[in-house]
Design a protein around this ligand. Structure first.
Ligand code: KG4
Ligand code: ZN
Length: 365
């Protein structure tokens, strides 16, 4: 029998409070009926990073508003939903708890089933929501909080090939912008500056390229940039516009080269086991960077692999991806009870050793 599922999704694991409604009929493409995102950038801007307590309080205040807006904008009510999906981790624990408590309340009051979702699975399954990509595929998550290569085999089955051992690339862009007095979020500001800069003037390291595998490291780039900046200031008394542009260009080129080479290696590992119609998908805010995107597309052409990147509003944190990932779990029969717990750490690939590092979202999953 053909089944249509309509799922309400909630997301609150970092600094975006979000709710969305996603619908899919068997055999047809999934549809995002609404996707509401309330960002918290201005609440944290004075502190130079996300303050977990402020984030948690803001999520608790905004979640119900987001749910009402998502239902209204979809033209539906709770009675039209088949289940409620919520990010149950990984992320900043206060924020994740706010979402889980809200979803439990809605589930208890409406009698709707509850489905806990891994935030990273939400990102990793987005190419299925947007492009109907079939399993298996290779996924690169690059954002302010994540950086990992995953092979997606099924809604809850992922193999992690590698990831960052310290900062995520978005975090490195944000720190670089802060060191150069550029506005936040740092990625877009650094990208704009880099356009008029010479990427060869400053020699940035290419971290971990001398080691096999596809683990990455980005924290050394910011230290290198700080030293270069301090040296120019000591010699000339300050930075010119051109100095700043050249620093941005050198820094960005180091990230581009590193991601391109590590992606080549991740693809070789993936292609060994999945040679038929290979696909690589990229998601996360850093995927908006045109130099990074162009480099990844070149690697895909070299390896004769299809490249796909969801639209930016579904690459960055949102609840449509949580509703969709919840739908995939729901279809497999998965249900969670009111004992669903919020998890600060929750690796997608339980067999890989835990990654270290801080990240915008706290400990890496
Ligand atoms: O996925 P996202 O919205 O949030 C999470 O971190 O989960 O990603 C935000 C990150 C920020 O660090 C931002 O600086 C970075 O993505 N970003 C970029 C660009 N646009 C956003 N990084 C490099 N180049 C860009 N054009
Ligand atoms: Zn995310």
């Amino acid at each position: 029998m053909v089944q249509t599922l309509t799922i309400l999704g909630l997301e609150s694991s970092c600094d975006d409070t979000a709710a969305a409604v996603v619908r899919q009929t068997d055999g047809a493409e999934a549809e995002v009926l609404s996707s509401i995102v309330h960002g918290q950038t201005e609440l944290h801007s004075a502190f130079g990073g996300v303050v977990p307590e402020i984030a948690a309080r803001a999520h608790a205040e905004k979640l119900d508003v987001c749910v009402v807006q998502a239902l209204q904008s979809a033209g539906l009510t709770l009675a039209d939903m088949d289940a409620i999906a919520v990010t149950a981790g990984p992320g900043l624990i206060g924020g994740v708890m706010s979402g889980v408590m809200c979803a439990k309340g809605l589930s208890a009051a409406s009698g709707l089933p509850l489905v806990g979702v891994n935030h990273l699975a939400g990102h990793a399954l987005t190419p299925r929501l947007t492009d109907g990509i079939a399993f298996p595929y290779l996924m690169l998550l690059v954002s302010g909080g994540h950086c990992q290569y995953l092979i997606a085999h099924g809604p809850e089955k992922f193999t992690r090939l590698g990831g960052t051992i310290d900062d995520a690339p978005g975090e490195a862009f944000d720190k670089t912008a802060r060191l150069l007095g550029l506005p936040q979020p740092g990625g877009p500001s650094v990208e704009v500056e880099a356009r008029s800069g010479d990427p060869k003037r400053f020699r940035f390291p290419r971290p971990l390229l001398d080691r096999p595998g596809c683990d990455l490291s980005f924290s050394g780039l910011k230290t290198a940039l700080m030293r270069m900046r301090d040296q120019i200031v000591a010699e000339k008394g300050g930075l010119t516009r051109q100095d700043r542009a050249d620093l941005c260009a050198g820094f960005q080129q180091a990230i581009v080269d590193t991601l391109a080479e590590k992606t080549r290696r991740a693809m070789d590992l993936y292609l060994k086991e999945n040679p038929a119609e290979p696909v690589i998908a990229v998601a996360g805010g850093v995927a908006a960077n045109s130099a990074i995107r162009a480099a990844l597309e070149t690697v895909c052409t070299e390896k004769d692999t299809q490249f796909t990147a969801p639209p930016l509003n579904l690459c960055t944190d949102n609840a449509a991806m949580i509703a969709y990932a919840g739908m995939e779990r729901f279809r497999t029969g998965a249900r969670d009870g009111l004992d669903l717990t919020a998890r600060p750490r929750w690796p997608l690939d339980q067999t890989s050793p835990a990654m270290l590092g801080s990240g915008k979202k706290g400990a890496k999953a």
